[in-house]
Design a protein around this ligand. Sequence first.
Ligand SMILES: [Zn+2]
Length: 139
Amino acid sequence: MSTNPIDQDLSRWYQSRRVRPTAAQDRAARLAIEWSRTMGLRLPPYRLEFVRREYPDDARGHCFHFRRPVAVYVLADLTPEQVVETVLHELQHVADSGDAEMPPDEREERAEAFTLRALAALAEHQARWAAFEARAGLR
Ligand SMILES: [Zn+2]
């Protein structure tokens, strides 16, 4: 658990904003989690929760790297597609959370690169699956 008082307050504020995701958002988050594992991310213990937006340019996701378990919050007004993208991004932060020395810029670059890589691979996987279904007469 972080001992930084500002981090503690911010974390408590996020906790107070927790809401239940829609079924579609929950499925999207689970898909992103499964896909990140397929993509080889190794995730330490973490929890992921949805929170209500507080202001217009609120970040889509937030990761408390130094908390144990690592805490990830995702805005509850995102579309399922945005949830997939945001969760993939935050999970790279979770995977990197063990490296306390990593500079913030590098964390962001790694999260953005992983998201792009994972989304491209997911699109290819879905296209192959659709082609397979069509060949097999499943659709
Ligand atoms: Zn980030």
